[in-house]
Design a binder for this molecule. Sequence first.
Ligand code: GLA
Ligand code: GLA
Length: 659
Amino acid sequence: MAFGADYNPEQWPRETWDEDVRLMREAGVTVVSLAIFSWARLQPERDSWNFDWLDEVIDLLHANGIAVDLGTATASPPPWLVTEHPEILPITHDGSTLWPGGRQHWRPTSPVFREHALRLVTAMAERYRDHPAICAWHVSNELGCHNIYDYSDDAARAFRGWLTARYGSIEALNDAWGTDFWSQRYTRFEQILPPRQAAANPNPTQQLDFKRFSSDALKQYLRAERDILHRITPGVPVTTNFMVMPGITAMNYADWAAEVDFVANDHYVVPGPQARDELSFSANLTGNIAGGKPWFLMEHSTSAVNWQPINTPKKPGALRRDSLTHVAHGADAVCFFQWRQSKAGAEKFHSAMVPHAGEDSPIFRDVVSLGSELGALSSVVGARRRKAAAAIIFDWDSLWASEQDSHPTERLRYKQEALDWYSAFLALGIRADVVPSAADLDGYSLVVAPILYSVPAVLKARLETYVGSGGHLVTGYFSGITDEHDHIWLGGYPGALADLLGIRIDEFGPLADGDEVGLDNGTTATLWADRVRPVADGVEVLARYATGDQAGDAAITRRAVGAGSAAYVGARLGAEGLEPVLADLAARAGVASELPVGLRGAVEQAIRADDDGDYVFLINRTDAAVDISGVDGETLTGEETTLAPRSVAVRRYVRTPGA
Ligand code: GLA
Ligand code: GLA
C-alpha cells in the first residue's frame, strides 16, 4: 500500500531535507509527489535551467527507499513566461483577465502556453528517464481547478474547431442550438463565440457545449503532456490528480479516465451532515470511473484545510477513517497534501503530515500509526471492488444541463440528490456502486438514476433494454427531459422515459422556498413535487400527496415490465425521506443488506475481492461505538468486537475452494 504526500522541498533549507527523509522513514512513507509547483525554480528564465537541486532531492529520496511520482511542473507558469506572454492568461466570462500571483494562470487552449509547457515536460522526461526512483509521472496538477472556463480569443478559436468537428456543418449546429430562437442563426463558424457575458442569458445548448468543450480542452492538454512522456519514458505510467470531491463538477472524469495509465484522485472533506457519506460517495465513484480497478489517492488532508470559511480540525480517528474509507473503495495508495506544513505562502494554515509543531505532535503520531497499519493491509493491494447488486448512475451531462439557468427552479442540485440516495442506501446497510452513465448496467438488480435530465436516444434505448431484461430502474423528478442537444422530448414529461414509466406529468412541480408537501407514506417533499398521472396498465401508485393542492395525486409510481420494473419518485424527499421509499423498492427488486440487522445504518460495508476471497471493510458512520461481535472473518486491522466512534475494521474471508 503506497503511503506518502506532495513534497515541496524547495520551500525549505537543505538541512530540513535530511530531517524530512528521516521522518518519512519513521512514518513508513513509500512515495512522494515532487516538483508539482517547481517551474520557476527549474527554469528561472527562458533559456536557463536548474535541475541540480531536484537531482539531489530525488537521489536523497531514492537512497532512502522512497519512490517519486514526478510532477511535470507545469501547473503554475513562472513570472518570466507571463511577462513575455501575457496572452497565456485566462479571461473570465465578463472579459476580466486572471492575473498571476496565484497559480494555474494559463489558458488550456493557448498555443504559446502549450509550447513552453511541453518544452519543460520534454526536458523533465529526458533528464529523469533513467532514474530508478521515478515510479510515475504526475501531469500538471488538478487540471481545471482554477482555469476550467476561459473565454479568451484562444478559447473562441478552439471552441469553433471543436464545434466544427462535432457538427460538421453550420446547419447542423443551428439545428442543435435551436438558433431560430432570439435570432441567433449563424452563417459561418467564425461568428461563434464562447458564452461570454451577454445582455440576456446565452443560448443553453451553447452553454452546455462550452462546458463539454472546456472539459475536452483540458483533456487534450493532458494528452499532449502524456504523449511526450509515453514517447520518452515508455515504461513509466502517467497519471494526473482528478478531483472527484465536493464542489467540483466541471471536468468529466468518466471521460478522462481512459487517458491515464492509472486513475488518481484528490479528495477533501467539506463539513456538513453528510460529509462522511460524501467522502464514501466520491471514493466509490472514483473506483467505478477506474473500472473497478485499484486507484491512487493522491491527496487528502490529515486535518483542517485553509480554503473553507471556517477550517475546523478533524475529529479524533477521522484521519484514519477517511484514509481507510478510500482504501475500502479501491485505493491502493494513501497520500496527503502535503508532507511538511508550509511556513510561508497561501497554504501555511493547511494541515500536513508534519505540522508546524514538528514530530512531537498528535498529527505526526497519527501519521506514523497509519503508516504502520497500512503495512498490515498490504495484501489488499491489487484487490478489485466487488460489484454491488445496486447502482446509482452519475451522469455529467445531466449534472451540467439540469442546473443551467432559466429552468423551473434554481434550487435543484444534481449531486445533492445523488448523494441523498447514496445516504439512503447507507442507512439501509445496502451496498451500491456509484457508476458513470456509460457503465455496463448488466448484473445490477437495481439502478437508481436521480435527476437523469439529459437522455439521448442511445441512453433511452439502454435503459429500456435494462428494464426489459429484468432490471429494476428507479428515477425521479426532472428526468427524461431533454436529448443531447438540450431539446425537450415532446409528448409530455418525463419525456424520454414517460412510456417506460407509464406516467405523464403535465406541469413541473417546483416548490417555493419554505413550502412543504406531505406524502401519505409519512415523508415530506421540499423543492419539487410532481403531480404524477399513471397512464399505462399495471402502474402502481406507491405514495400519494396528503396535503396541499397536490393532495390525492400520485407522487411515487412503479410499473412492472416483465420481470423488471420502472419506478418514479416525483418529489425531493431528502436522504431520510428516501430511506423508506428505497427500502420498499429494494425489497421489490430483491436487493438486501449483507450486514447483520443491528449494524445497518451504523456501519458502512465496502468489499474488495481477489481470487481467493473478500476483504470486508466495516466503517463506523457514527460518533458512537458499534457492536460488531456478530461479524465473523479474520481481522486484519481494527477492533474485534466493538467498533469505536469513527473507526474501521477490515476482515478477510477466504473462499472455500469449489464454493
Ligand atoms: C489541492 C491542490 C494542492 C493543495 C490542496 C489544498 O488539492 O492540488 O496543491 O492546494 O488542494 O487542499
Ligand atoms: C418578455 C419578452 C418575451 C419573453 C417574455 C418571457 O415579455 O418580450 O420575449 O421573453 O418576456 O416572460
